[in-house]
Ligand binder design. Structure first.
Ligand code: BTN
Length: 243
């Protein structure tokens, strides 16, 4: 993957900028990255806000050119989560991926990923924008302002880290895991994902809006969907929050 990185001081959302760029251009290729020191309207899953103060955290979007269908989007997010997890593990941060799109340390969120499929209305071009928000230098005070438990590389290691260097360290791992995904879809990441996000049999509660389902982890389906063992049999979960 040929990474081409564009840094901006301030953008509304790197995912939104990447989408605009994709729609305007016919030349955008896999590996194109738009990164921002500050986002004024960073977005998360389910229309949540993604908060990150100026120059503190890594906020970027990576374009992956692919004709893969909508169903394949979650497993690309999972591949990116494995890359982030491994990068953090090399720094002795006990990070683990959490289905469907997070990386946690000890139950606290350190990274969120928002992937969006894009199709060009006029050209035979399609792809997935993988938007990654990694808490690098967020302080404990900032983390406490977030409505859910959050942490950062700074909080975990007591060391501030350069954002450009962090991105540089992440890219080879993103390349590796995206390549596995491009070659075999979720099948290319299933074993490692299950090992790191498991174990099979662990108790889970899945919340989707007002609906709550409880059970244990039975595994993951062919597209990375969560398989929940409930008293009434195995339920397939495509989206939701897991606790
Ligand atoms: C989530 O946890 O719900 C996903 C958060 C994704 C945040 C990143 S930051 C870079 C990119 N641009 C956005 O607006 N969102 C993603």
């Amino acid at each position: 993957m040929n990474f081409q990185i564009e840094w901006f001081d301030k953008l509304a959302s790197t995912n939104a900028s990447m989408r605009e760029r994709f729609l305007q251009s016919s030349r955008i290729e896999s590996g194109h990255i738009i990164a921002a020191r500050e986002q004024t309207a960073g977005r998360g899953r389910q229309d949540r806000k993604w908060l990150s103060s100026d120059g503190t955290n890594l906020c970027f979007s990576l374009f992956v050119e692919t004709n893969a269908e909508l169903m394949a989007v979650p497993s690309l997010t999972m591949a990116a989560a494995l890359a982030v997890t491994e990068m953090l593990n090399t720094k002795n941060i006990a990070a683990a991926p959490k289905w469907p799109n997070d990386v946690l340390v000890d139950g606290k969120k350190i990274c969120g990923i928002l992937s969006e499929r894009v199709e060009h209305p006029k050209a035979p071009m399609a792809g997935i924008i993988v938007g990654i928000g990694l808490n690098v230098n967020m302080s404990s005070a900032e983390a406490e302002e977030i409505d859910r438990p959050a942490t950062s590389m700074l909080i975990e290691t007591e060391t501030a880290t350069n954002l450009l260097k962090t991105l540089d360290e992440l890219l080879p791992l993103l390349e590796y895991w995206i390549n596995e995904w491009e070659t075999a879809g979720f099948g290319g990441i299933r074993d490692v994902w299950t090992k790191r996000a498991g174990p099979i049999g662990k108790p889970l509660a899945v919340h989707d809006g007002d609906i709550k389902k409880s059970g244990t982890l039975a595994g993951f389906g062919d597209h990375g969907e969560l398989l929940l063992q409930t008293a009434a049999g195995i339920k397939t979960i495509w989206s939701g929050d897991v606790s």
